[in-house]
Design a protein around this ligand. Structure first.
Ligand code: SAH
Ligand code: DHB
Ligand code: MG
Length: 221
């Protein structure tokens, strides 16, 4: 099977199960128009994250890496009344595009976009109640560091999801690709972490060949 097949099947899945959605479609259009890189999760992946958050019954979600807020909107829509999502974004331009997209989706009161390096923002969350779900999708070399923070901000049963865990298969042999190396290093950390149950699942589709790592916290830090 070729990448063309993966895309055709993603289009098939999207056509069947993901009807046109004005707020999400506008978020992608506005992100593209503003020149943001086209690296958000796909529609099928966004809905997968949304379903995970609902299965989890998440009331507090942390996202690391906002971009234009596409995955943010999918995740925030899974929250019950009174639920909250905090999303961390380094680039002020991305954060501004995301704020507009989130407002258009009617989620400004639910989502808190915090601008700056995530590693600077994470310590400030330590006094807050734990998160029920954490989605890590920012600069790949920092993934292991973000995972440590996610654990520190967790309770028993918290779900941690990491995007781009496979990177075209380069995770097993990064060959100088610093993003793939970041995932390789993160996977070693995940393997050694006795406080979580974890796996990784390979995916293909409009975003090529990649995957998610998923962990449930058994023993909070
Ligand atoms: N989750 C988004 C995609 C995120 S792309 C979606 O699926 O819709 C990765 C984002 O991480 C980019 O916007 C990038 O600016 C941001 N980023 C990179 N380094 C960062 C850092 N140190 N702290 C926070 N965000 C960072
Ligand atoms: C890139 C980043 C992502 O988060 C992603 O899902 C795909 C690609 C990138 O930086 O190339
Ligand atoms: Mg990603």
């Amino acid at each position: 099977m070729t990448p063309e097949t993966w895309t055709a099947v993603d289009d098939y899945i999207t056509g069947l199960l993901l009807p046109a959605d004005p707020a999400l479609d506008a978020a992608q259009d506005a992100s593209r128009a503003a020149g943001l890189p086209p690296i958000s999760v796909s529609a099928a992946q966004g809905k997968f994250l949304h379903l995970l958050a609902r299965i989890q019954g998440a009331r507090r979600i942390l996202e690391i890496g906002t971009l234009g807020g596409y995955s943010t909107i999918w995740l925030a829509r899974a929250l019950p009344p009174g639920g909250r999502l905090i999303t961390l974004e380094f680039d002020p331009k991305h954060a501004e595009v995301a704020r507009v997209n989130i407002a258009r989706a009617g989620l400004s009161d639910v989502v808190d976009v915090r601008v700056g390096p995530a590693l600077d923002a994470l310590p400030a969350l330590a006094g807050d109640p734990p998160f029920d779900l954490v989605f890590i999708d920012a600069d790949k070399p920092s993934t292991a560091a973000y995972f440590h923070w996610a654990l520190a901000l967790s309770r028993r049963g918290t779900v941690i999801v990491v995007d781009n865990a496979i990177r075209d298969g380069k995770v097993i042999d990064p060959q100088g690709d610093e993003s793939a190396q970041g995932m390789h290093d993160f996977m070693a950390v995940l393997a050694a972490e006795r406080r979580v149950s974890a796996t990784a699942v390979q995916t293909v589709g409009v975003k090529g060949y990649d995957g998610f790592a998923i962990a449930v916290v058994d023993t909070p830090v």
